[in-house]
Design a protein around this ligand. Structure first.
Ligand SMILES: [Zn+2]
Ligand SMILES: [Zn+2]
Length: 285
């Protein structure tokens, strides 16, 4: 082995030792730059009690026979001074037709909240923005820039959500939940307790309810929207139903992607407190 080779080997060893020593710091540094969740001690959120009306504008489950069903979910929340649209379904045409049939005044919508970026929740956005672009859109900061741009190009204002965020008096989003598919849910505080609207519940419907309770310290009145349980076996469904009961969820309205076996299990267990929801269903709170 000549001196040059020896020198090269020593240099390599030195470099790998240095890398090994600094690697944890480098990784820590990267983690430190990631957006951090708000510290839990800022909670509970102090949400005022609101009254108003919920109306499902888009769903693959039927309810009002004069409306069109299609895969996706969208729910209007009317609070008197503020109107929020949670998700917009998948197809602009279907959303626009249902809006017309229900005589919803799109001009009254103040904000859009998107649960997650899947097409069956954001696909109908332009049906709203074409008529009313004077809206604030709450989307996850991880949304593709194409979606953010098409919203701002249309004239809307985009709020990028990471942590729990108050949307208007008495209403907040849970902030980002889940790792594989990030999602947020909408929380409305009512005199009966929290109403939680879910898009697909990819992070788990139980996890969403736990987060809402952690954020507000309030009891849960109703969980409405997609529960995403179509692929679960019966034992797991029974476990989820009992977890929801233990968490004190008073009424359930599993729709969209919840799956028929899950709906059956919730129906059997919740009895009168099971709400058969679908497109056109509306509820005063
Ligand atoms: Zn989804
Ligand atoms: Zn969905």
């Amino acid at each position: 082995m000549n001196r040059k080779t020896l020198l090269a080997i020593s240099l390599l060893l030195l470099l790998s030792a240095a890398a090994y020593a600094f690697l944890p710091q480098l990784l820590d540094g990267e983690q430190g730059e990631k957006p951090q969740e708000s510290p839990v001690d800022e909670y509970p959120l102090d949400l005022a009690e609101r009254s108003g009306r919920l109306t499902i504008l888009y769903d693959n489950n039927p309810y009002n026979e004069s409306l069109e069903t299609a895969w996706g979910f969208s729910c209007l929340v009317e609070l008197g001074d503020t109107t929020i649209l949670f998700d917009t379904g998948g197809e602009e045409r279907v959303l626009a037709n249902n809006i017309e049939a229900l005589e919803v005044d799109v001009g009254e919508i103040d904000c859009l909240v998107f649960s997650h970026e899947h097409w069956d929740h954001v696909g109908g956005m332009n049906a709203i923005l074409e008529t009313n672009s004077d809206v604030m859109i709450y989307m996850l900061d991880s949304f593709p820039s194409s979606v953010k741009e098409s919203a701002t190009d249309a004239g809307a204002e985009v709020v990028e959500v990471r942590n729990a965020t108050v949307v208007c008096e008495g209403v907040a989003t849970t902030g980002v939940l889940g790792t594989e598919i990030e999602e947020q849910a909408l929380i409305i505080n009512t005199r009966n307790g929290l109403v939680i609207l879910t898009g697909c519940s990819h992070p788990g419907v139980v996890e969403i309810v736990e987060r809402a309770i952690e954020l507000t310290g309030s009891e849960v009145y109703l969980v409405m929207g997609g529960y995403h349980l179509g692929d679960r076996g019966d034992i797991e469904l029974l476990r989820i139903v009992s977890e929801m009961t233990e968490l004190g969820v008073e009424k359930v309205a599993p729709t969209h992607c919840s799956g028929e076996p899950a709906r059956r299990r919730f129906r059997d267990s919740y009895g009168e407190d099971y709400i058969e929801a679908g497109v056109g269903f509306s509820l005063d709170f």
